[in-house]
Design a protein around this ligand. Sequence first.
Ligand code: G6P
Length: 365
Amino acid sequence: DAAEKAGYDHYMLKEIHEQPTALRQAIAGRIDPIEGDVDLGDLSLSEAFLSDIDEVQFVACGTSYHACMYGKQLVEHLADVRATVEFASEYSVGSGRDPERTLVVGVSQSGETADTLRALRVAKRSGIRTLGVTNTVGSTMARECDDVVYIRAGPEIGVAATKTFASQVVILALFAVTVADERGELDPTAGRELLEHLQNLPGAVQGALDRDDAVEEVADAFADGDAFFFIGRRFGNPVALEGALKLKEISYDHAEGFPAGELKHGPLALVTEDTPVLALLTAGTRPDETRNNIKEVQSRGAPVVAFTAPDDDGDYEVGFDVPDLGLIEPLVANVYLQLFAYHVADDKGRSIDRPRNLAKSVTVE
Ligand code: G6P
């Protein structure tokens, strides 16, 4: 067991630290930086089909759902096509859809989550093409979908998903570029920039991992908070939700994530000096608008841990820099949030790799 954890106290910490490698594997051979091309392998999704679709529907659960929220925004941003995300357990084809012009993308680390498989079967029965994005070769999802793309993150043992989140988003980014390109919508500069950022992501994630000691200090200082709030707009929103999910899964603390603008519509009532607020202020998260929300929580005494561009001179209790990676900067902030959750849970002596009541793969609906 100790050998398998490679010197780390928990699989979760090991897997957080495996992200640079996992990300390199995810993009290996899939990006041609010179041409600005993406090659996701032998997919049956033809140019004719992709240029004609009027909707991409993402379905997933848990952490994979948050990756889909990110993917939806990337698809809409790059490919000029409507994209929606639904919890797999709530999925129905919905009214007004033309099955021939709809693509359903299921995302699942395990490829065995019952709710996600059900949603994909519902889509398929209605004549909708399905694409599976999974970590698990030969999984039910891989076998049942019309097409499959593997995220190649390597085995993930900790119940709370970590490294697979970033890898899923990276694959969805490559998918968004593919769809945009086939539809003739790809802005070459935006496409090339995103691909360059994806190639620089593993190094940037390593930079965050190298600051683990600093994150641990912050976690030690705030571990006794009454509750934890995570705020982020746009591409920061899925990461705010994921940060809160990670913390609640393994520390059992109350944590909530929401778009920063929603703070004033309810959650602000819960903010006190004992509720740390973790805020995404990187590129892709409309930081200027979020600064007002930060003032609102600070004026109620809440300490703010901010993830910002290096030249951000805002006044935060704690700040972590994220290097220039455009729309995927929140993925680097997410690594800090994973480490934060880990250290808070570790301070409390929680069963980090096997949290109570949770399972790695939920095979019942
Ligand atoms: C379980 C796990 C989560 C995971 C979710 C979806 O609830 O505890 O960590 O995000 O299932 O799993 P999947 O394998 O479909 O990505």
